[in-house]
Structure formats: structure tokens, C-alpha cells
Design a protein around this ligand. Structure first.
Ligand code: GUN
Length: 299
């Protein structure tokens, strides 16, 4: 079988258009402009690229974007004071603190200081608990993007066997909870899982978020399965040691020969993550203002 490519770049453009259309309506009908505040502490180059892209796409969708770049040695008290100020600001509907933070800052303390209704990453303990108990919450962007792609490809997911490889709080655990909410039978696999190949081969849906380039080969995949590759790893270019390229956690060639559908890297899950951040910002804005939420931008 040769896998169908699930085009996240194309689908994310559809999501961004929906967001932009709804922003236009919010402005015209209610004089409300959704606003997203992004905080970066330090100058990690990869984080800078992500933060810049987030800001650009926020503005392109017609929303307000404000970026706070803090020195790497910013104290926790100063960071918490900024978060508090943004919590109180009625023009800010979403707050995102770019991770990882410098080691002297406690990520849990900082994330849990964000007002849960403005936590557009869905990382606040209240949002985690709401999702885990199947209640309405703000959903972490990457798993939300994966679920949107899966629903778009399959329609209803009920009864399917889903294996999530990776147990992070950002992807693996929320992904499993979302798939469970969609009535899949869930397995979470990780570095201590015995016979990972056999476990993965039981999957109708295989979601991989381990951060190890090319780890999942065709041997791990059942004929016809749908494979979602969350990995974004920068590796040395095979043809030119001077250059680098992006690679997923999935060995694309061997898996694409077996799977029914697969997300590429780049152009799969990656573009969906920022589109879902915009979607979460508009969802938060509508909830805060007691307005109807746009269709198809959350689950
Ligand atoms: N760093 C890498 N991914 C993410 C993300 O989804 N949210 C935040 N806040 N930081 C990140």
C-alpha cells in the first residue's frame, strides 16, 4: 500500500481562514478584537523562531499580538508579576509562556499562574483536569491539531485502536485523553514499553511524539494504519554535512509504503499547532465575552 499524505499545511490554511473570518465578524458585530500575549524568557534561537511565527500569524488573522521578551535572568517574581498584569488586562484573551523556561524558573508555578480561561496552551492544571475528566476545557494545540487531522481523514474515530507513543504532558497524555473522548481504545506506549513494535502494530491510529528522528519504521506499522508524526527534529542533511533538515520521529519511506495515511514532516502536524493556537485564542475570547464559539475550531 502507498499511503495517502495527510496535508497539514493545506488543512491549517483552512483553519486559519476560519479564524480570520470569525475575527472579522467579532470586530464588526461586537467591537471585540481577540488578543494574544506571548512571553519569551531568554534568547533560545528555536523559541525565537516559534515566537516570531506565532506573532506574525496572529496579526495575519486580524488579532492583536503582543510579545514580551524578558532577559534570561528574569526572576520568577518579575515573571509572575507580568503574568498577573496580563491576567487582569481585558484586551488580552490568550497568554502563552514559551517553553522551555530557563532552569531557575519553575514551569509549573508559572503555567499555573496564568488565568485558566486565558491559558491558550491548555497546560494549566485546571485545563488538564477538565480534559482528563471529559469536560469542556482549552485543549493543548498540538494534540488538538492532530485530532482535527484525524477527524478530517476518518470522520468518526469510535472503536478504533489508537496507540500514542510518548507520554509527555504537552502531547502524549492530552492526545490519549482526546482520542479516548472520541471513543478510541487507547494504549500509551513509552521508553519502557515491552515489545514496542508489536504494540504499535495493533494500531489503527498511531501517533508518535518521542523526539527521536526516524525511530518508527515500517516494521512498527500495520498495513493500512493512519500514522501521525508529531516529531520535529533538526538533523544533518544526508547529502550535505554543511546543511540541516527537519525529520520526523517516523521513518517516512518505509512507513509510507505500508500505512494507509501519513503526515509528512515538514508540512504535517507542525503547521496545525500554530493554527490551533489561533483557534484557542478565539475560543477563549468568545467564552470570556459570553459569545457563541465558532464551529470546528475546538472539540
Ligand atoms: N515549546 C514547544 N512547544 C510549545 C508549546 O506548544 N507551547 C509552549 N508554550 N511552548 C512550547
Amino acid at each position: 500500500m502507498t499511503a495517502r499524505i495527510i496535508d497539514g499545511k493545506d488543512f491549517s490554511a483552512t483553519v486559519r481562514t476560519k479564524v480570520a473570518d470569525h475575527v472579522t465578524r467579532l470586530k464588526a458585530d461586537y467591537d471585540v478584537t481577540p488578543g494574544l500575549a506571548v512571553i519569551q524568557v531568554g534568547t533560545d534561537p528555536a523559541s525565537q523562531v516559534y515566537v516570531r511565527n506565532k506573532g506574525r500569524q496572529t496579526v495575519e488573522a486580524g488579532m492583536n499580538s503582543c510579545q514580551h521578551n524578558l532577559d534570561a535572568d528574569t526572576s520568577e517574581a518579575d515573571l509572575l508579576m507580568l503574568v498577573e498584569q496580563l491576567n487582569r488586562d481585558p484586551a488580552v484573551h490568550g497568554i502563552l509562556v514559551q517553553l522551555p523556561l530557563p532552569v531557575h524558573l519553575n514551569e509549573s508555578v508559572v503555567i499555573n499562574a496564568i488565568a485558566p480561561e486565558k491559558d491558550v496552551d491548555g497546560f494549566h492544571i485546571s485545563n488538564v483536569g477538565l480534559l482528563a475528566t471529559g469536560q469542556r476545557s482549552i485543549i493543548p494545540c498540538t494534540p488538538l491539531g492532530c485530532l482535527m487531522l484525524l477527524r478530517e481523514h476518518h470522520g468518526a474515530l469510535g472503536g478504533m485502536n489508537a496507540v500514542v507513543v510518548g507520554r509527555s504532558n504537552i502531547v502524549g497524555k492530552p492526545m490519549a485523553n482526546l482520542l479516548l473522548k472520541d471513543n478510541c481504545t487507547i494504549t500509551i506506549a513509552h521508553s519502557r514499553t515491552k515489545d514496542l513494535e508489536a504494540v504499535c502494530r495493533r494500531a489503527d491510529i498511531l501517533v508518535v511524539a518521542v523526539g527521536r528522528p526516524g525511530m518508527i519504521t515500517g516494521d512498527y506499522v500495520r498495513e493500512g494504519a493512519t500514522v501521525i508524526d508529531v516529531g520535529i527534529n533538526r538533523i544533518r542533511h544526508p547529502d550535505d554535512p554543511e546543511k540541516t533538515k527537519l525529520a520526523g520521529d517516523v521513518h517516512f519511506a518505509s512507513v509510507a509504503a505500508k500505512a494507509g495515511a501519513i503526515t509528512p514532516v515538514p508540512g504535517g502536524v507542525g503547521p496545525m499547532t500554530i493554527a490551533c493556537l489561533l483557534a484557542n485564542t478565539i475560543t477563549a475570547c468568545c467564552r470570556m465575552n459570553g459569545l457563541a464559539e465558532p464551529e470546528g475550531l475546538t472539540v
